[in-house]
Write a protein that binds this ligand. Structure first.
Ligand SMILES: NC(=O)c1ccc[n+]([C@@H]2O[C@H](COP(=O)([O-])OP(=O)(O)OC[C@H]3O[C@@H](n4cnc5c(N)ncnc54)[C@H](OP(=O)(O)O)[C@@H]3O)[C@@H](O)[C@H]2O)c1
Length: 377
């Protein structure tokens, strides 16, 4: 028996299509899944990137489908093997409906009811609003994938009592949503963090635990960070923003310690893909630039022994990092105030109809902010 009344979703019905709100099926959870009645969803660059790029990197998507990765809401039904949650629990969860191995609208965030994996969900502390909680799932998962997965930086896991490791992590783009989580997670694992941000966000990133911050737009930023790293032992770099990966390669070339850059943002911007993205020429141009910039990165990195690896935020669902994050670390860290849900939500809508405009607004850029659509009852 399902406890779900009728579902409604903000559908994307075809490549490049705008979201349209319409009825959606109610889906029963699999054994290791729960159904969540969403009370808030957050917007990520990935949502509009999929919409504007069509099939550049998500060519497997079956349309119509439901986008969105961040949900916060109430559990209304649990699968037969679920042990950590029961009906009525307040949870935050990463929705993975656009993953290649999932590829189903039922697991997208932008609807009233989303099917989520137990291992990608955490309880929300009583004192935390759904809007605050919704900022976390994809951002914290992506940061954790880059920092803790063995084939990325492979850092020690975060805990309540991490001893200082004496090593430093470079977080390029600390004021991004994912970067804000990378700073907190690395500090909680016992690493010193050096980061970059615009000067207006220096106070913000240091409040999260970064010990040094540099302006990524400064002409001397690479030299300045390289100087700061003298006498320090690096544990690796994690990079957000299109200029991050090439800059990190140059910095790591002369650093001491682990020379590996975990990359979340390719060195090519998808923001240039406008309506023209429907044209084969525009997509071909971006594809060529993607290939060329990745070759250039490899050519710059290899002679200096710098390793490179792209992050895929939801890859943690298949590694031990999901349990370490969503089960062992986040619940206590959030409820004890050792970890903050940040950047703070900017609530830009109150219904599924508002999600398209929220995605458009995210595409125009945010600064140390997360756009959230509240769906509260
Ligand atoms: N691979 C994955 O699985 C995955 C998952 C999630 C996100 N991502 C990617 O990771 C990046 C961050 O995502 P997000 O949601 O955290 O972004 P976001 O919060 O929307 O990013 C906004 C921030 O980007 C900063 N920024 C802009 N250009 C930058 C640059 N060149 N270097 C450093 N910082 C820069 C700005 O900092 P200031 O305001 O301080 O100037 C601003 O605060 C995006 O490129 C996103 O597509 C990848």
């Amino acid at each position: 028996m399902t406890n779900q009344p009728a579902n409604t979703a903000a559908w994307i019905s075809r490549k490049h299509g705008k979201l349209e709100v319409a009825a959606a099926p109610s889906t029963k959870p699999g054994p290791d899944q729960s159904v969540v009645r969403n009370q808030a969803v957050a917007i990520n660059p990935l949502d509009w990137i999929i919409q504007v790029e069509g099939n550049l990197t998500y060519g497997w998507l079956k349309y119509p489908t439901v986008l969105g990765a961040d949900v916060a809401g109430e559990v209304v039904e649990v699968g037969s093997a679920v042990t950590r949650f029961k009906t009525g629990d307040r949870v935050l969860a990463m929705a993975v409906g656009t993953d290649k191995d999932t590829n189903t609208g039922a697991e997208g965030a932008f609807q009233r009811y989303t099917v989520v994996l137990e291992r990608l969900a955490s309880p929300i502390p009583e004192s935390m609003s759904y809007e605050d909680a919704a900022v976390l799932p994809l951002a914290v998962s992506t940061a954790a994938a880059g920092l803790f997965e063995k084939h990325r930086l492979g850092l020690r896991l975060p805990s309540a009592s991490a001893r200082p490791t004496g090593r430093t992590v470079l977080v390029w783009g600390g004021s991004t949503s994912v970067g804000s989580n990378a700073i907190q997670l690395a500090v909680a694992a016992g690493y010193e963090v050096i980061t970059t941000a615009s000067p207006r966000n220096f106070g913000y990133v240091t409040s999260l635990g970064a010990s040094l911050v540099f302006d990524y737009n400064s002409r001397t930023v690479i030299a300045d960070i390289s100087t700061a790293l003298q006498g320090r032992t690096l544990a690796g770099a994690i990079s957000f923003g299109t200029t991050g990966a090439p800059a990190c390669v140059k910095i790591l070339a002369n650093a001491v310690g682990k020379k590996f850059v975990a990359i979340a943002t390719p060195p090519v911007s998808f923001e240039t893909l406008g309506e023209d993205s429907k044209s084969r020429f525009e997509r071909a141009r971006v594809t060529r630039r993607l290939i060329a910039s990745n070759i250039a990165l490899q050519v710059a990195a290899r002679p200096h022994g710098v390793g490179l690896g792209y992050i895929f935020g939801s890859s943690i669902k298949n590694t031990e990092v999901s349990r370490a994050l969503f089960q062992d670390f986040l619940p206590a860290a959030l409820s004890e105030g050792r970890y903050v849900a940040t950047p703070k939500p900017t609530v830009v809508g109150r219904s599924l109809d508002d999600i398209q405009s929220a995605m458009d607004r995210q595409r125009h850029g945010v600064s140390a902010a997360k756009l959230v659509v509240s769906l509260s009852d």
